[in-house]
Write a protein that binds this ligand. Structure first.
Ligand SMILES: [Zn+2]
Length: 184
């Protein structure tokens, strides 16, 4: 009983600081390969149901095992161990949190291994939604949009995940390139 009571006080931050993406990947039998892109040191096939249904063959999900976060270049998903677990177990946020909370030892929760630093993932997600919206509203221009997306992805791979300034610059740049083409 004592432990159950403790679990109630495990916060989202405690989960983020204590449960490693590597361990979850291992649990779901996901094969990890080394990666050498910015802060990303591991990569794997994306466990997201949406992405999997497209029969993904390349390992487009990149993991930063030090900061315990990830980004999938295939489906633009990210970024925490909670999102990763939601994809693996195909659960919504609430159910995923209920599972993950139980894995954190209440006695050790506050001394977590992973201390979250600021990262640029929300900006990267903004960039991909900009592209998605542009594709939807300009279906006849997919070829050009794909070219720009590819160029942007190539650039993103070289940006450190803690480099918020560069990610913002890229977002502004893309925004202005898209505006130039689509506003009269
Ligand atoms: Zn994916």
């Amino acid at each position: 009983l004592g432990e159950d009571v403790g679990v109630k006080y495990i916060t989202k931050q405690d989960v983020l600081n204590n449960i490693s993406i590597i361990k979850i990947a291992d649990e779901f039998g996901i094969k990890l390969s080394p990666a050498f892109s910015g802060n990303f040191d591991l990569r794997c096939r994306c466990p997201s149901q949406e992405h999997k249904s497209g029969n993904e063959r390349t390992e487009s999900l990149y993991i930063d095992s030090q900061e315990n976060n990830f980004y999938c270049f295939g489906c633009s998903s990210g970024s925490s161990v909670i999102d990763f677990y939601m994809s693996c177990a195909d659960l919504d946020f609430k159910s995923a949190m209920a599972d993950l909370r139980k894995r954190v030892d209440p006695k050790k929760a506050k001394g977590g291994r992973f201390v979250q630093k600021n990262n640029n993932f929300s900006i990267l997600l903004d960039i991909s939604s900009m592209f998605r919206e542009t594709m939807l509203s300009n279906p006849r221009d997919l070829k050009w949009i794909s070219t720009i997306m590819k160029r942007s992805d190539d650039y993103i791979v070289d940006i450190d995940s803690s480099d918020i300034k560069k990610a913002k610059q890229l977002k502004d740049k893309i925004n202005s390139v898209l505006k130039d083409r689509y506003s009269k």
